[in-house]
Design a protein around this ligand. Structure first.
Ligand code: HEM
Length: 184
């Protein structure tokens, strides 16, 4: 079964990690700050999805991140990962509940253990949508994520370039984490 999911096969399951690091401008402290976080992520396979002659297989995913003792997560994502075996196109489409949607994409091989997906505001295929407040105050200009799949672990290393009203130059908001599989 897992061949149909190509490089996404190694991401199927339930995942947890406690060593995430988020680098962002924090309004409550008025400084750029590295926040340690724990994360719970589920990836459930589905497919095929047919768009005319295109056949996609995907993962339905949800992820949530908490600071040490918080009850409510400070960041969540819901979305889909998608794989087109005919073209090697791999995508991650998700919503961040600040009012941001992202469809990041790239190409790779079915047996890849590492690949990168990118999105940019205004890009015709792999775009970013954001609400009006964010467009004026903290606009997500680009997003890039590199995935590494291990044995019962995976990691992501992502950079979101923001145009923030607090800074003259684009600001690199980064997140890195390695999660381990807790359930198939
Ligand atoms: C693991 C993933 C992520 C985590 C843990 C995270 C966490 C955070 C945190 C802690 C802040 C600072 C909020 C504050 O205290 O003022 C922030 C700001 C922000 N994040 Fe993320 N973030 C993640 C991914 C993303 C992604 C993928 C995007 C967009 C594609 C994004 C867009 C933003 C924006 C636009 C802000 C600025 C909001 C503002 O200035 O009001 N983040 N994020």
């Amino acid at each position: 079964m897992s061949n149909e999911w190509g490089p996404l096969a190694g991401l199927i399951g339930e995942w947890e990690g406690t060593g995430g690091i988020d680098h962002a401008f924090k309004h409550s402290k008025n400084i750029v700050f590295d926040t340690a976080y724990r994360e719970v992520c589920t990836m459930k396979p589905f497919g095929p999805v047919e768009n005319g002659s295109q056949t996609l297989y995907g993962l339905d995913y949800k992820s949530a991140m908490w600071r040490e003792d918080e009850e409510n997560p400070f960041h969540t994502e819901v979305g889909y990962w998608l794989w087109d075996a005919a073209t090697g196109e791999v995508m991650k489409g998700f919503v961040v509940p600040r009012g941001i949607t992202v469809l990041a994409g790239g190409t790779t091989t079915a047996d890849a253990k590492s690949w990168t997906m990118k999105a940019a505001i205004g890009h015709e295929q792999y775009g970013i949508g954001e609400n009006r407040y964010l467009a004026a105050n903290a606009s997500s200009r680009s997003y890039e994520v590199t995935i590494n799949v291990g044995d019962d672990s995976f990691s992501y290393d992502e950079v979101t370039m923001l145009n923030m009203k607090e800074f003259d130059e684009p600001f690199a908001h980064t997140d890195i984490h390695t999660l381990r599989k807790v359930r198939n």
